[in-house]
Design a protein around this ligand. Structure first.
Ligand code: UD1
Ligand code: MG
Length: 470
């Protein structure tokens, strides 16, 4: 992403993501923070923004669906648990023991964000943190100006100082009119945060411990609380229901497509293209209409992808064409020709110049450079040597009902159309199989394997049949 270059690694900062809530308004069995945006759980965007802002120790407060969230984020966060969801202030308190341990190792500051604000950027969090550091304030609050502030906490100020955040349900008529809102991202001095979290009480419209009440308490103690206002109000979008989810997806989608276009990628029809946040694409590649490209996919230079290809976690070299194809967890080399209507399942490797053509399905197939599987084939658990030509309709019979077996085809072999290769089986280098053969035994190098019924022509058969019927 565009702001990645600005990242400054800073080991002096911890971070907490609050993600224990039910997400009632999503009306879902899936924990809210795992709802996908561009193929990634929404909380991954929050984690990335924190990482870009240099946060190195990321805690996540988990509750509703904790096991599921933990599994999805394995290794990226350290979990802490909030058993009962008693409010955002209570949630953050659950992280205090870990934060105090960081404090003892010399970390003085922590960023706090909510797991449901996936549009936040690392750049903005860096500005927020710098604002606090430069002013020496106990806390810095991220704000945005909204024409319609409904649903958000309102920022109450005296001069430049934030003196309180008032939740919508607790706001009086004058406070309701304030259109500077609480985005839900904060930088805190850990010592002051710890003190403040001890003081907040659940005396409000929702009977919850509000994290936002920490601000009024700090201010009451004479501590400075400053704010940083993001110029991009979109960053503040919090996802509470599926309409906001759709809106967030649309905004993120545009942001990511713009990034690729600025780096020299043509996106033929942006409105009909979805590219995930971790996808890399080389310059002069052309993304045709209807493509969905997800996961850790890396696409080289001058490729043509699409129309309508769905590619997940693949590595693709330069100058390859991937037309109307579904591919996942595959490696595709340079100048490969894939599609149309090809299905590449996990574990396929296509060497440079290889071809996987129309109505071809592959799984764990190694196709060496220059080998071609042009039409109507199933290639599973196989090695296909260099320059092999696999005829139309060839099937690797890789499964005996219990185990999977390998098919090996040596370099320069020629597999006749409609061959069944019953694995385990090897076709030697330069060997041929006759069209329509069911090959159950190895074919030696340079031999011809024929395994089919011999054709017999019955001369005059039609005439004989007609006279018999007469
Ligand atoms: C919160 C803020 C509000 C802000 C808005 C921005 C508070 C009290 N209010 O309101 O000022 O404008 O976000 O989107 O903080 N959570 C827990 N444990 C709990 C409750 C919540 O971990 O007990 C987590 C949720 O999983 C969620 C986050 O905290 O990720 C925010 O909770 P949510 O209920 O969405 O708060 P909002 O009503 O949006
Ligand atoms: Mg929310």
């Amino acid at each position: 992403m565009a702001n990645e270059g600005m990242v400054r690694k800073d080991t002096k900062s911890a971070a907490v993501i609050l993600a224990a809530g039910m997400g009632v308004r999503m009306k879902s069995d899936l924990p809210k923070v795992l709802h996908p945006l561009l193929g990634e759980p929404m909380i991954r965007f929050v984690i990335r923004a924190l990482e870009q802002a240099g946060a190195s120790n990321i805690l996540a407060v988990l509750g509703h669906g904790a096991a599921q969230v933990e599994e999805a984020l394995k290794g990226r966060i350290k979990p802490v648990y909030q058993e009962k969801q008693l409010g955002t202030g209570h949630a953050l308190r659950m992280a205090l023991p870990e934060l105090m341990a960081y404090r003892e190792s010399g970390i003085e500051e922590c960023l706090v964000v909510y797991g449901d604000t996936p549009l936040l950027t690392g750049e903005t969090l860096t500005c927020l943190r710098n604002t606090r550091r430069e002013t020496g304030a106990a806390a810095a609050v991220l704000t945005a100006l909204f024409d319609k502030p409904e649903g958000y906490g309102r920022i109450i100020k005296e001069g430049d100082r934030v003196v309180a955040i008032v939740e919508e349900k607790d706001a009086d008529a004058a406070q309701q009119k304030v259109n500077e809102i609480n985005v839900g991202a904060y930088a805190f001095d850990i010592d002051w945060l710890a003190k403040a979290l001890e003081e907040i009480r659940p005396v409000n419209a929702q009977g919850e411990y509000y994290l936002t009440d920490v601000i009024a308490w700090l201010s009451g103690q004479g501590q400075a609380v400053v704010s940083w206002q993001t110029h991009d109000a979109e960053e503040a979008l919090g996802i509470n229901d599926r309409l906001q989810l759709a809106k967030a997806q649309d905004l993120l989608r545009h942001r990511i497509l713009e990034g690729h276009m600025r780096e020299g990628v043509t996106v033929e029809e942006p409105a009909a293209t979805i590219i995930g946040p971790f996808v890399e694409i080389g310059r002069d590649s052309f993304i045709e209409t209807g493509c969905q490209i997800f996961g850790q996919t890396v696409i080289g230079k001058s490729c043509v992808i699409g129309p309508r290809s769905r590619i997940t976690d693949c590595r693709i070299g330069d100058e390859s064409t991937i037309n109307q194809t579904t591919a996942m967890e595959c490696e595709i080399g340079n100048r490969c020709d894939v599609g149309p209507y090809t299905y590449l399942r996990p574990g396929c490797v296509l060497g440079d110049g290889a071809k996987a053509g129309t109505f071809v399905e592959m799984k764990k197939a190694i196709i060496a450079p220059g080998a071609k599987v042009p039409h109507l084939s199933y290639m599973g658990d196989c090695f296909v040597g260099e320059r092999v030509n696999v005829g139309a309709g060839t099937i690797t019979c890789n499964y005996d009902g219990k185990d999977k077996h390998q098919t090996i085809i040596g370099a320069d072999a020629f597999i006749g159309s409609n061959s069944n290769l019953v694995a385990p089986v090897t076709v030697g280098e330069g060997a041929y199989t006759a069209a329509g053969s069911t090959i159950t035994e190895d074919v030696p190098a340079e031999a011809l394997g024929i395994a089919r019924g011999r054709q017999k022509n019955i001369i005059g058969w039609k005439r004989a049949k007609h006279s018999a019927n007469a």
